[in-house]
Design a protein around this ligand. Sequence first.
Ligand code: NDP
Length: 296
Amino acid sequence: MTNIAFLGLGAIGAPMARHLAPPAFTLSVWNRTAAKAAAFATANNARQATTPADAARGAAIVITCLPTSHEVAALLDGADGLLATMTRGSLLIDCTSGDPATSRRTAARLAEKGIGFLDAPVSGGVSGAEAGKLTVMVGGDAATLAGAMSTLQAFGEKVVHCGPVGAGHAIKAINQAMLAVHIWSLGEGMLALSKAGVKPEVALDVINASSGRSNTSMNLFPQRVIGRAFPRTFKLALIDKDVRIGAQFLREQNVPSPMIQLAAELFAAAHVELGEDADHVEAVKVIERTGGGEIR
Ligand code: NDP
């Protein structure tokens, strides 16, 4: 039975980790706020670790799911850090939506100690994590991925090898940049239609049977904007981070990208305006405020 350590029991990390609990795997969990790890361990027959090093002791695979690559890199060092107990031949899988450059540096540091690294960000949201139906986009060595496939398939329905270390993070960042553009552009269009007297349900019915449709128009707006529900499943702060990574990646590749650069600016400003707890779809509230109306 593979011995797994999972670090970061947040909105998406906790439902992912649940698929790695006994009897299928042996699981140790660590979370910065220890009470969350304690509750998770009790409910899922896992071991609560006191530190990252304690979690990684004896683990063949360590999985991280934190806000950014920087928090992941910060867990490596010191007496309580992962490098204190991870052993040669073990593997760190980072499911954070991180940035390619930081992951390449982390992979190089681990390689010096004979430890493998895969970047493996996920898509599919909290509901996809609960159902074990995430898309997992993996950067790293193909043979290393083959050895980790059954672990990733515990929460991933579609696990794709994307290229070398950083490739998973790069694809995720571009996907998120597109999500941001979809949210903002649909918000603008729907507000204008509302102000012109078109019912949002009618507008979405037509758009969703037409070429402008997207996951945003088919799922996010019907479920969250029309009913004014705005459940907090994926923070605006996190999509701000994601679009920033995407915009940076495009600049590094010397691709002129005015649309995604602007999306990064818009989501950064929305994050400042709406704060740390807002959900990503609540960005439409900024469009409504500046546009003087509501999508109703
Ligand atoms: P949350 O904010 O819900 O959870 C963040 C987790 O990281 C918590 O466990 C938190 O601990 C921990 N953490 C935060 N800062 C630190 C730190 N400095 N050191 C150690 N641990 C820290 O985020 P999500 O679970 O939503 O997102 C996690 C990652 O997954 C992000 O990269 C996000 O972009 C990505 N993602 C999220 C999706 C979603 O639908 N939510 C979908 C796809 C990807 P604590 O409990 O102490 O706060």
